[in-house]
Design a protein around this ligand. Structure first.
Ligand code: CMP
Length: 141
């Protein structure tokens, strides 16, 4: 059970100016921010990040969307971070997400669903390393 996960506030979140509201919900759920930045992924970077989905029918839409504007990768810390964060954001499809979750509250569709969360401890470590150098991870107490 790891203590860190990678979140990405996706381009729809940034376009809608919802970064503050989403981060407030994340902090209210007990996560500490260890690293955060705003950046824009190139199409090639988005394809690299989502390489496990390369054979899926939505891969082109997903990587075009993720490179369509700025996003905000964030490293979060909490006990059992991966599972806890997935609870906080809710199901991939906002229509299936529980009331009170980030996606239920703010997302429009399965594709444009406001936020990404790692799905395992192994992927969390890989995804954190994709965006941040070790020295950029600063423990908050
Ligand atoms: P994410 O957690 O970022 O990881 C993979 C993403 O693929 C997922 O969130 C969704 O946004 C996206 N995705 C999954 N299923 C579909 C789908 N059927 N159509 C479009 N995008 C999808």
């Amino acid at each position: 059970m790891g203590n860190r996960t990678l979140a990405i506030l996706k381009p729809d979140c940034v376009r809608k100016n919802l970064q503050g509201k989403v981060i407030a919900k994340i902090q209210d759920a007990g996560f500490k921010i260890i690293a955060m930045k705003q950046m824009r992924l190139t199409k090639a970077q988005a394809e690299g990040f989502y390489a496990v989905h390369h054979a899926r029918p939505f891969f082109k839409d997903l990587t075009e969307f993720m490179s369509s504007g700025p996003c905000v990768p964030i490293v979060l810390e909490k006990t059992n971070a991966v599972a806890e964060f997935r609870k906080t954001i809710g199901a991939t499809d906002p229509k299936e997400a529980d009331p009170g979750t980030v996606r239920r509250e703010f997302a429009d569709s399965k594709g444009e669903n406001i936020v990404h969360g790692s799905d395992s401890d192994d992927n969390a470590a890989l995804e954190i390393a994709f965006f941040f150098h070790q020295g950029e991870l600063i423990a908050n107490q």
